[in-house]
Design a protein around this ligand. Structure first.
Ligand code: S3P
Length: 438
């Protein structure tokens, strides 16, 4: 296993685009496969996770071509419609990707053949009962190891529409039920007590499904004909977040990131930074296929001047809107007066790693004072970090969050297994190298 060594940085300066959003790319590929005709998806995410979604669709008989020109992936998918999938020759492999297994399961539940889907060691530890339960209510047969883990063996066909209230705030579960709803005779309804990212409902409507959203109630009509389309994927805000955080924390930085996805269910991170006094300007806002997109300008901010010692509190309905950025916010919190308190975030324990434990342990390795709760943590701030050996435990977002911590720390930090960044952002370390000044 390799490691990379990162030293303290002076500042971050640059102008860039980040790769296409991972959440949008998965969904665009699934909708294109379900559509009739040829869809072209521009600026598709180069992540290993999205590669898994494409590989699984190919194994289900969907013709897919990938071209890589001028640093941009274009994926051409010849949709097979709702009925054109074929039984895969062997178990589908979702790799590390929770989105792939949970969303694809919704489509597999609509197939009249049996298929098995599994993933890597991390994915086989993550809870799948949250999708197995609603899919069974819809009439699919779902077998799971110990009733809740992958491999999942699914057999379905014509499904019953259900009205389902999400027991956990999860966009993956919502998306799974909505996709299965396409195979139901009637209207499937998902109620979400707390809003989560709404890309699936927006995307389904863009591809021609009948979708309505009123408050937290989402309804999709069964048996639609989805149409193929041209689609341009906005830049991944969860990837941009690492550079934005670095630029804010290093005095003298300025950074400009074009074409960033700014869907409000994803921008909790920017709101938290503004509460810390950050200067972030959004320019040139426009709409791409129902999703807001803009350019983000960041100038390092004198956050430390915020003269109060109360911790910033992240809890309740804010959590799903910042869920993937919490480890990164934990790193930044060490630099902020009052630090940060995170509660209601127990979901972090069932991500690619136990993100509460892994964040706390690595911050402690860097000398930080941190208190761990079952559903979050408290981080003192401001406090200095010192270089350390970081163990991201195979979690891409942890490897990248601690690469940013390394820029702020005294001395050198070594990050074990940095290649895991490729799960969401294969060029992360190259881009970082390009924009960091020492
Ligand atoms: C995602 C939803 C979130 C998020 C994940 C991507 C999605 O997971 O953490 O990275 O694209 O729907 P949950 O739905 O499990 O909260």
């Amino acid at each position: 296993m390799s490691s990379c060594v990162i030293g303290r940085a002076k500042r971050i300066v640059g102008e860039l685009r980040v790769p296409g959003d991972k959440s949008l790319s998965h969904r665009a590929a699934l909708c294109a496969a379900l559509g009739e005709g040829v869809s072209r998806l521009h600026r598709f995410s180069p992540s290993l996770d999205c590669e898994r979604t494409l590989a699984c669709l190919r194994a289900l008989g969907v013709p897919i071509e990938i071209t890589d020109a001028e640093d941009e992936l274009t994926v051409t998918i010849s949709g097979v419609g709702l009925e054109g999938f074929v039984p895969p020759g062997r178990a589908l492999d979702a790799g590390n990707s929770g989105s792939t297994i949970r969303m694809l399961a919704g489509i597999l539940a609509g197939q009249p053949f049996e298929s098995t889907i599994t993933g890597d060691v991390s994915l086989q530890r993550r809870p799948m009962d949250r999708i197995a339960h609603p899919l069974r209510l819809m009439g699919a047969s779902v077998r799971a190891r110990e009733e809740r883990y992958a491999p999942l063996t699914i057999r379905g066909g014509k499904l019953r529409p259900i009205r389902y209230r999400l027991p956990v705030a999860s966009a993956q579960v919502k998306s799974c039920v909505l996709l299965a709803g396409l195979f139901a005779s009637g209207t499937t309804i998902v109620e979400e007590p707390v809003p989560t990212r709404d890309h699936m409902e927006i995307m389904l409507a863009e591809f021609g499904a009948e979708v309505s959203v009123v408050g937290g109630v989402i309804a999709v009509s069964g048996r639609p004909r989805l149409r193929a389309r041209e689609y341009r994927i906005a830049g991944d805000i969860s990837s941009a977040a690492f550079f934005i955080a670095g630029a804010l924390a290093l005095p003298g930085s300025h950074l400009f990131i074009r074409d960033v996805l700014l869907n409000p269910t994803r921008t909790g991170f920017l709101e938290v930074l503004r509460l810390w006094g950050a200067r972030i300007e959004i320019e040139n806002v426009r709409w791409w296929y129902g999703e807001p997109v803009g350019d983000v300008r960041v100038v390092s901010s004198p956050c430390r001047e915020r003269g109060q010692a109360e911790p910033l509190v992240l809890s309740g309905a804010l959590i799903p809107r910042v869920i993937d950025e919490i480890p990164l916010l934990a790193v930044l919190a060490t630099q902020m007066p009052g630090g940060m308190l995170v509660r209601d975030a127990a979901e972090l324990r069932v991500k690619e790693s136990d993100r509460i434990r892994v964040t706390v342990e690595n911050l402690r390795r860097m000398g930080a004072r941190v208190f761990e709760y079952e559903d979050g943590f408290a981080i003192a701030g401001p406090q200095s970090l010192r270089g350390a050996e970081i163990e991201p435990e195979g979690d891409h977002r942890l490897a990248m969050a601690f690469a940013i911590a390394a820029l702020l720390a005294e001395g050198e930090t070594s990050i074990r297994d940095p290649e895991v960044a490729a799960v969401s952002f294969p060029t992360f370390f190259h881009v970082l190298e390009r924009i960091v000044e020492r």
